[in-house]
Write a protein that binds this ligand. Structure first.
Ligand SMILES: CC(C)(COP(=O)(O)OP(=O)(O)OC[C@H]1O[C@@H](n2cnc3c(N)ncnc32)[C@H](O)[C@@H]1OP(=O)(O)O)[C@@H](O)C(=O)NCCC(=O)NCCS
Length: 201
């Protein structure tokens, strides 16, 4: 089977654009991040609460980061999606894929007996806007993310930077959606993080 690559998505974002109905009746569009999204993405980042920023770490949550993420489109190994509320025209979530495996992840996973391979393993990062968290939206979109990973030829998924051990909701969320805990490591913030993996993307 031919797999998608990042330029396919840039040339035809509709390939990976999905309309999804929430239980509330709202329709949300899941689509690749585009160059014209800088301002809306900046607004999304600026509105994230201190608690969400504690769990979803970026250098900053402003226009310059939004610009950086949009500049990265089709330049490196990253593929980012946004979920957009069709009626209010605001971003509900940012979902990120990385198709590269950094050396430190590779070494950590070897300790768990797992040999990572960028051809078949990808990393994901998820961030849902505060007012949309804990309403089942992550679980509603997760099967789409699995489907997208498959289209890129990826068979397994790990968490980008692991998940903070104190982030109980995320831990529950990942377990509910098929991730298994592989091990614990000390993160840069002085706490513990957990590596998790899904084996059948
Ligand atoms: C983590 C995140 C992606 C999950 O998405 P979501 O749409 O909020 O999650 P869902 O509503 O689908 O599922 C959350 C589950 O956790 C449970 N939960 C919520 N708070 C919890 C807590 N404090 N302890 C344990 N479980 C909790 C919910 O009950 C639900 O499980 P259920 O469906 O069995 O009832 C989202 O909350 C988010 O983006 N959070 C902020 C950033 C973040 O933490 N990103 C992940 C970094 S690794």
């Amino acid at each position: 089977m031919m797999h998608l690559n990042l330029s396919d998505v840039l040339n035809n974002p509709k390939l990976l654009t999905f309309k999804v109905s929430l239980p509330s009746g709202e329709t949300i569009t899941l689509r690749p991040l585009e160059h014209s999204d800088i301002s809306s993405l900046a607004q999304f980042l600026e509105k994230l609460s201190p608690k969400t920023r504690q769990y979803y770490i970026l250098d900053s949550y402003n226009f310059s980061t939004a610009e950086e993420l949009c500049d990265a489109i089709n330049r490196y190994d990253k593929l980012r999606f946004i979920a957009e509320d069709n009626s209010a025209k605001n971003f509900v979530a940012l979902f990120e894929f990385s198709f590269d495996i950094p050396k430190n992840d590779e070494e950590r996973f070897l300790r768990y007996g797992v040999k990572l391979n960028p051809k078949t393993d990808c990393r994901i990062g998820l961030c849902i806007a505060d007012e949309y968290q804990n309403k089942g939206i992550g679980s509603l979109f997760f099967p789409y993310l699995l489907g997208i990973a498959k289209l890129f030829g990826q068979k397994r998924m790990i968490l980008w930077g692991g998940v903070f051990a104190i982030n109980k909701r995320a831990l529950k969320f990942y377990e509910k959606n098929g991730f298994k805990k592989l091990g614990v490591f000390n993160n840069k913030n002085g706490g513990e993080s957990i590596d998790m993996m899904i084996f059948k993307a």
